[in-house]
Write a protein that binds this ligand. Structure first.
Ligand SMILES: NC(=O)C1=CN([C@@H]2O[C@H](COP(=O)(O)OP(=O)(O)OC[C@H]3O[C@@H](n4cnc5c(N)ncnc54)[C@H](O)[C@@H]3O)[C@@H](O)[C@H]2O)C=CC1
Ligand SMILES: O=C(O)C1=N[C@H](C(=O)O)C[C@H](O)C1
Length: 252
């Protein structure tokens, strides 16, 4: 019998949470000890003796959930969006008080998406222009997506390090929103359309050419290998890890 992680899922009634409950339940090295919704008390995590909390809730509740988990000695694997820099800094400070505890905040659990963002950052050093289009189902509450924000941050950092100037843009007159949101100097455009799940294109432009790096999640099953990877790795990575790429070796 292999060791089993005691795993609790928060947001178990949601689109992602329901999928995660099935995935954790089916994993031989995990035991699903709690599947909680909005009306359940977080105290149930303590009563269930969870080692690891998987948070797939909403941007307005995730911070309280994760802080509760950390304060009670549990690791957390977080897919929920809304973790801006101030919230990440504050969580990292809390984690310094419990140096054995690990938290993974993964803007996207799909391995293809993590790779696409890494490839885009690498490629963006060689192109004059870069913009991001993210496309999601219309029930999504936040825009731009967490994935697009993370991709823009990676692209912006890679370009700054390589000394690439800002993407050229002569726009002086425009309707508000027409040029998208500015995330660390990278334009991000959000599409919400029935029929979609989660999709992203990074458009890279140079004189006479364009490279498009596109990733599609057609089904939420695409996120589950990353969720399980996070659960298996989080205890071995104390402190805060931002991005599933922190658990992968993408440098080769
Ligand atoms: N990192 C990734 O790969 C992915 C992340 N997401 C993100 O995950 C989050 C959830 O997405 P969906 O499942 O589509 O949303 P959803 O709206 O279907 O599910 C959220 C669920 O959380 C519940 N909830 C809210 N507050 C709670 C609390 N305090 N305790 C327990 N449950 C609570 C809600 O009642 C709802 O059932 C979003 O922020 C989304 O952007 C979604 C897909 C993939
Ligand atoms: O809400 C979603 O559906 C998704 N949310 C995450 C995000 O905002 O990037 C991950 C994925 O894009 C699906």
């Amino acid at each position: 019998m292999t060791e089993q992680w005691a795993v609790a899922v928060l947001g178990a009634g949601g689109r992602m949470g329901a999928e995660a409950v099935k995935a954790v339940d089916a994993a031989e090295d995990m035991k699903l000890v709690a599947a909680l919704g909005r009306s359940d008390s977080l105290q149930a995590l303590v009563e269930a003796r969870a080692d690891i909390v998987v948070d797939l809730t909403t941007p307005d509740s995730t911070e309280e959930n994760v802080r509760f988990a950390v304060e009670h000695g549990m690791h957390a694997v977080v897919g929920t969006t809304g973790w801006d820099e101030a919230k990440r800094r504050s969580l990292a400070a809390l984690l310094e008080e419990t140096p054995q505890t690990g938290v993974l905040i993964a803007p996207n659990f799909a391995l293809g998406s993590v790779l696409a963002s890494a490839f885009a950052a690498k490629a963006s050093r060689y192109f004059e222009s870069v913009e991001i289009i993210e496309l999601h189902h219309p029930d999504k509450v936040d825009a731009p997506s967490g994935t697009a924000v993370r991709t823009a941050q990676l692209v912006s950092a890679a370009r700054a390090q390589a000394g690439v100037p800002a993407s050229p843009d002569a726009t002086t007159k425009s309707l508000e929103g027409a040029r998208g949101a500015d995330v660390d100097g990278v334009k991000v455009h959000s599409v919400r359309l029935r029929g979609l799940v989660a999709h992203q294109e990074v458009l890279l432009g140079g004189p006479g050419e364009q490279l498009t790096i596109r990733h599609d999640s057609f089904d939420r099953a695409s996120f589950m290998p990353g969720v399980l990877l996070g659960v298996r790795q989080v205890a071995a990575h104390p402190g805060l890890t931002y991005g599933l790429d922190g658990y992968l070796d993408l440098n080769d």
